[in-house]
Design a binder for this molecule. Structure first.
Ligand SMILES: *Cc1c(COP(=O)(O)O)cnc(C)c1O
Length: 418
């Protein structure tokens, strides 16, 4: 096997830079909206604010936020306050984490430890989640010893609250709803889930990773946005990513709890080692100061007005995508998207192979998120998808037609899509 060797001598930056540009040659062209997700781009000015703030605090360590770097604590506290305000939690408190997955991990850890205290006698705790919830619930469940019970969603692609109620067992410690769920882009009936959680004395976690920093602005703009935040009684915790529709740098999410007494179940504390007491709410010890600084800078750069402007622009774009995709013979949008994720299915899966459509799109340079249930694909819209719209839809209509005629994309294209 040929392996890379660490060079004996160093290399000048200019040479490295050009080699790195060469590595990126086959990356999906997100700058021109060829991506379905992975990059959530708010525009060049925002990117510049992110980059400057990030590099300004790139050496500082969020692990020392409270003591060595008061700067980071000031900024993290402010960001958490902005999150609590947007998600309408008067007494809400929480932390910046490295991403949605870490936010979900620590929330489940808190729920588990809360249940140990308040729901005594449960040896193998269970969490009831909709089928459409993110896989990280199972990943965290596996790490934390919580069994995840997935329940099919309704015809409208939203959580089926009656079915979730039936799935509650004596070992259930909590429920989950998404706002929005990643596959279908719809907000689950959080108000009903909150009432159920309250009636049964369970923890309700709302996974607002993708839209937690966008849906509040959609609501303010008058778009249909079912209630999902702390204004709903029974919601105990909310995960909301800044590095998606908060338009902040990667490596930034938030976990918020309704109040301090629930948040108190999250931190880890330990003293039996040479440096004495070690306390940390996060999974990581070292945390990039840059991502905290970039979040503070972006949120202050945009302000409420900036977020409203961006969301208005993107929600209008969403409605055009919904209309245009629905007009392609053989495709139908799943449910009624509540935020900026739009997913669609093939209407006759036995005649039109969704995989072939995804493959043909890949051949043309588009990466559309492939979906298997129902067979179709999805896109999380951000600014570059504005300029890409006409090309994307023309190619999608072409690809659907190719698939309908039974043609097959190249094996390479299929392999790089699935
Ligand atoms: C993205 C996402 C996650 C995971 O977040 P990461 O930041 O990728 O770790 C969890 N839930 C939902 C709904 C998401 O969209």
């Amino acid at each position: 096997m040929k392996r890379e060797r660490l060079p004996q001598t160093g290399c000048a930056w200019e040479e490295l830079e050009s080699r790195m540009h060469a590595f990126a040659r086959n990356d999906v062209d997100w700058r021109h909206g060829r991506n379905a997700f992975h990059v959530w781009y708010g525009g060049d000015d925002l990117f510049d604010v992110q980059r400057r703030a990030y590099t300004m605090f790139m050496q500082e360590n969020g692990g020392g936020a409270g003591k060595t770097f008061p700067s980071l604590k000031i900024m993290e506290d402010a960001v958490i306050d902005y999150g609590a305000e947007l998600l309408r939690g008067d007494d809400a408190t929480g932390h910046i984490t490295s991403g949605g997955s870490e936010s979900i991990f620590v929330a489940l850890k808190a729920a588990r430890d809360w249940a140990r205290k308040h729901l005594r006698g449960i040896r193998e705790p269970e969490l009831v989640v909709p089928y459409s919830a993110h896989p990280t619930f199972n990943r965290a469940g596996q790490y934390l010893g919580i069994r995840i019970v997935r329940v099919p969603v309704g015809e409208d692609f939203r959580a089926d609250v009656d079915a979730m109620e039936r799935a509650i067992s004596p070992a259930t410690i909590g429920l989950v709803g998404s706002a929005v769920c990643f596959p279908y882009g719809v907000i689950d009936p959080i108000a009903e889930l909150g009432a159920l959680a309250q009636a049964r004395g369970l923890w309700l976690h709302v996974d607002a990773c993708v839209s937690g920093y966008s849906a509040p602005f959609g609501r303010a703009l008058g778009y249909d946005t079912p209630e999902f935040d702390f204004s709903v009684p029974g919601v105990a915790s909310i995960s909301a990513d800044l590095h998606k529709y908060g338009f902040c740098a990667k490596g930034t999410s938030t976990i918020l709890y309704r109040n301090f007494s629930l948040a108190a179940y999250q931190p880890f504390s330990f003293a039996d080692w040479p440096l004495g007491r070690f306390e940390n709410p996060n999974v990581a010890s070292t945390r990039p100061g840059g991502s905290i600084a970039a979040a503070w800078a972006v949120m202050n750069y945009l302000g409420r007005a900036g977020y409203l402007r961006l969301n208005e622009r993107l929600l209008r774009l969403r409605d055009r995508y919904i209309e245009d995709i629905g007009a392609i013979d053989g495709l139908a949008v799943n449910g009624r998207p509540h935020s900026l994720i739009v997913s669609w299915r093939v209407t006759e899966p036995e005649r039109i192979d969704a995989e072939a459509i995804v493959g043909f799109m890949r051949q043309k340079g588009w990466f559309l998120g492939p979906m298997v249930d129902p067979p179709g694909m999805l896109i999380g819209l951000s600014v570059p998808h504005e300029a890409a719209r006409e090309d994307l839809l023309a190619d999608l209509a072409w690809a659907t037609d190719e698939a309908r005629q039974g043609r097959r994309p190249s094996a390479d294209a299929l392999q790089s899509a699935y």
